[in-house]
Design a protein around this ligand. Sequence first.
Ligand SMILES: [Zn+2]
Length: 185
Amino acid sequence: MLPVRLYGDPVLRQLATPVLPPDPKLNELSRVLENTMREAEGIGLAAPQIGISLQIAVVDLRKIEKRPSSMELFGKPVDWRLHMPLFFCNPVVTLTRRKDEENEGCLSFPNLHGPVRRSLRIQMDYQDLKGNRLTLTAGGLLARALQHEVDHLMGILFIDRMSPDIRRTLAPELETLQRLRPTRT
Ligand SMILES: [Zn+2]
């Protein structure tokens, strides 16, 4: 496991580098990501959040019962639970126009939550750890979680997606977070 990098850490603002699966080092990294996510009790984690600026992330929504998800692979409905933890490399997301607003949190922002507007359905082209190229369509919480993690790989944070009003109300907490951030050399 590796410590989760907090808001203010420059690595969270970098555009992550694409990866070349299959690669034993990526498999190792995927295990670190999964263990760190579990330990932190999160439902998703992107490599930049553990200080590694590579385009790989994981989501696992199996613990969330209240917010439904849907998933299709190459246009065919599948049971998303059977695909968790879902690791994805080099994702490219296509958004759809219908959006909704839900509360979100982020492991890099302890105890901070706020409403974020996101597409209800997305398509994501990506590679799995074996290097297969896959196209999935996601709805509900899965669509939201994937958009959140793919943003991390682009250096975009959920506060960037909040309305200016909400961001203003969160400003004191954000300042505190930045002060708390341990200095790393
Ligand atoms: Zn996050």
